[in-house]
Design a protein around this ligand. Structure first.
Ligand code: AMP
Ligand code: TRP
Length: 330
């Protein structure tokens, strides 16, 4: 039986943070043994918000792939490539745009959110409105059935399914599968201030942070606001540090919960313990990254090979799409 196809992508917009790791990358690494996986540096998506200053795009692309490899993605198992190297993404985006109602794009909740949040940028562009459509094209181009992402991407997958259905209906063939999200156990990792971890909130712990930086950030992490003295009983259910214990300190998390509820450990001590767990979790990744840092040729070779393999799949599916839309050979 043929393996299921998994597709996911990340925008090369700068340093990776722990939310990217626990929300997406972690499951990518696990999936690569079982499925045919494609992992894509979506640089065109990055341009939708960075169009005024694209100078960092290439540097960020290298940096992101280095982080992916350091975390455990394996180019022997997965197809790792850059979106702009496979032009069929653009062709499918264009074809899908012909029958995608504007209202579907306008009502995607992330659209209005981002317009609000990124006020410093003019995002009233055609490209930015089309962001979810380009994402749909990425996924459908490979007829992927599963997409490992963080919870914030769910609305984008919903519209992808709607677009797949509309295509299949209009051109009378069940060609595109309706892809499902694969969510990790921790759906949204909070940042040190308790809101969603995100670069735009300045509340991240980055995969490339130095251990001392990590210790400093964890010290600032918000805990149970109702706890005033260190031997007051604490409530882990409202504590950001506790969420992190659940991810990075799985062996001791049950014990941490108990001693917190009984007021037997203070927040300072508890966060010290947590910081060391995060530091030792990131240590092997840090070392692998050091080893890759000056190997641009190697990274470029991975992306070139990945683009070749992705292109072969894309070409086959696009030929079929063209045929269904009567754009094939005259
Ligand atoms: P982005 O950096 O926003 O392009 O996100 C890349 C991937 O990481 C997407 O699958 C996101 O859903 C995921 N992600 C980003 N931040 C978080 C977070 N705080 N918690 C869980 N997943 C996240
Ligand atoms: N929108 C995704 C994000 O911000 C990135 C992305 C683009 C993506 N194309 C994709 C994710 C296809 C999964 C599948 O993280």
């Amino acid at each position: 039986m043929e393996k299921k196809t998994v597709f996911s992508g990340m925008r090369p917009t700068g340093r990776l943070q722990l939310g990217n790791l626990t929300g997406a990358l972690d499951s990518w690494i696990k999936l690569q043994d079982k499925y045919r996986c494609l992992f894509c540096v979506v640089d065109w998506h990055a341009l939708t918000t960075a169009y005024e200053d694209p100078t960092q795009l290439k540097e960020n692309t290298y940096d992101m792939v280095i982080n992916w490899l350091a975390a455990g993605l394996d180019p022997e198992k997965s197809i790792i490539f850059r979106q702009s190297d496979v032009k069929e993404h653009a062709e499918l985006h264009l074809l899908l745009s012909m029958f995608t109602p504007l209202s579907w794009l306008e009502r995607v909740p992330t659209y209005k959110d981002q317009l609000q949040q990124l006020k410093g940028k003019d995002l009233h562009t055609y490209g930015f409105l089309g962001y979810p459509l380009l994402m749909a094209a990425d996924i459908l181009l490979y007829r992927a059935e599963a997409v490992p992402v963080g919870e914030d991407q769910i609305p984008h997958l919903e519209i992808t399914r709607e677009i797949a259905r509309r295509f299949n209906y209009l051109y009378r063939q069940q060609f595109f599968p309706e892809p499902e999200a694969i969510l990790n156990k921790v759906k949204i990792l909070p940042g040190i201030d308790g809101r969603k971890m995100s670069k735009s909130y300045g509340n991240t712990i980055d995969m490339s942070d130095h251990p001392d930086e990590i210790r400093k950030k964890v010290r600032k992490m918000v805990t149970d606001p109702g706890r005033i003295r260190k031997n007051d009983p604490g409530n882990p259910d409202v504590c950001t540090a506790f969420v992190f214990h659940g991810v990075f300190n799985t062996e001791e998390v049950a014990n941490v919960e108990q001693v917190c509820r009984r007021g037997e450990i203070g927040c300072v001590q508890c966060k010290k313990q947590l910081a060391e767990r995060i530091v030792s979790f990131l240590e092997p990744i840090y070392e692998r990254r050091q080893a890759l840092e000056n190997k641009k040729d190697y990274i470029r070779a991975i992306l070139t090979d990945g683009a070749k393999r992705a292109s072969a799949l894309a070409a086959e599916n696009m030929a079929k799409v063209r045929e269904l839309m009567n754009l094939g050979q005259l």
